[in-house]
Design a protein around this ligand. Structure first.
Ligand code: CUA
Length: 376
């Protein structure tokens, strides 16, 4: 039927770094600030695309098949509320006008009882409320019960980043998911309350330290969708998680997103992403981690202090500590700061950095050290 069959995935892979949806020019892509753009992987190009949500005045279009009922509920409650608001307001205004005080008119006694009216205004609201409850309960149960066969992705939140860990161990700050497959999120936080919120998926769920919460969705349309934190969690809450910053204005150019892949591309993402982390020179791996692990939320690379000290210029020098002593900033110092950030604290910075113990591979620790060294 289709005169131009879709390009098969193998061909797309061959077209160096070409995103499957971006066939040709990518109008939505944000220009990367550095000369590193030719090296951007195809899946990161997808993540860099503009948000592709369409929708009504009220909300973006749902791309989660599990949430269609909740949309119907929203519009039903909205329509009912609007109808009764207008009906009651009009009736009130009319009666105020009709029974206003006029010379020559005496106030009549109020009606005491009317069976027909009592029954009407009891039965109709009861039917509406029972319908709303039944429908709401049914869709609620559906929304909180993932099917047995779901792709499971671990979510770890901290100030201020998301880390999504896939079945093969690949981690990323963007959430990459397959389309037309149920996806279940198992979520926890390292520090404070956050909330995972993907409006197009109709998923908003608190992410709580020291316990797990869950969410699931069934994305129907490949694309790039918004992901935000919906629980106030501190300075950079609104930018959680900023993955690309304008070096001059410090404005956030791109935040973490949800990327829904076309069939077959999720598997390709897992394989390519895994290969990528094996093959980078240490300092480049470190630079990538600096953005992807959220270091950039607190540490600059141009020497200016932020929530934490800058990565630049200090390597190999004696840095002052809170207790008045001075410590040489070397490889061991950086490793210790990643694993036990509070062991050596520097004056003027809050001791709020979370530990990365168990979350960085040996190679990644070395990458971050190499990156900081390259900035001295
Ligand atoms: Cu994390 Cu707000």
């Amino acid at each position: 039927m289709n005169p131009a069959p879709p390009v098969n995935p193998a061909d797309k892979g061959a077209a160096a770094g070409q995103g499957p949806q971006g066939a040709g020019a990518e109008p939505g892509a944000i220009p990367a600030p550095s000369a590193a753009s030719p090296g951007i992987a195809w899946y990161d190009k997808l993540a860099n695309k503009d948000i592709e949500e369409e929708g009504t005045f009220w909300m973006p279009k749902s791309v989660n098949a599990a949430a269609d009922d909740s949309d119907l509920m929203f519009y039903a409650v909205l329509a009912l509320s609007t109808f009764f608001f207008i009906a009651i307001a009009v009736a009130t205004i009319y009666f105020v006008w009709k029974y206003r005080h006029r010379p020559g008119h005496k106030a009549e006694p109020s009606a005491a009882h009317n069976d027909a009216m009592e029954i009407t205004w009891t039965v109709i609201p009861t039917i509406i409320v029972v319908f709303l409850f039944w429908y709401g309960w049914r869709s609620y149960v559906h929304v909180v019960t993932p099917p047995n066969k779901a792709v499971e992705i671990n979510v770890l939140a901290w100030r201020w980043n998301w880390q999504f860990t896939h079945a093969n161990g690949v981690t990323d700050s963007d959430l990459h998911v397959p389309s037309n497959t149920p996806v279940r999120l198992v979520m926890t936080s390292k520090d404070v309350l956050h909330a995972f919120y993907a409006p197009a998926m109709r998923v908003k769920q608190d992410v709580v330290p020291r316990r797990y919460t869950y969410a699931w969705f069934y994305a129907t349309k490949p694309g790039t969708y918004r992901l935000t934190c919906a629980e106030y969690c501190g300075t950079s809450h609104a930018q959680m998680a900023c993955l690309q910053e304008d070096p001059k204005t410090k404005a956030c150019l791109r935040r973490a997103v949800v990327v829904v892949h076309a069939p077959g591309d999720y598997e390709r993402y897992l394989a390519d992403k895994e290969a990528e982390s094996q093959n980078l020179p240490p300092a480049e791996l470190g630079k990538k981690l600096y953005e992807k692990k959220g270091c950039n939320a607190c540490h600059t690379v141009d020497g200016t202090p932020r929530v934490g000290p800058s990565f630049a210029h200090d390597f190999g020098t004696m840095v002052p500590m809170s207790d008045g002593s001075k410590v040489l900033m070397d490889e061991s110092y950086i490793r210790e700061s990643l694993m036990s950030p509070q062991a050596k604290s520097r004056p003027g910075y809050p001791p709020s950095m979370p530990s990365f113990e168990g979350q960085l591979k040996e190679k990644e620790i070395e990458g971050i050290i190499a990156y900081i060294k390259s900035l001295k």
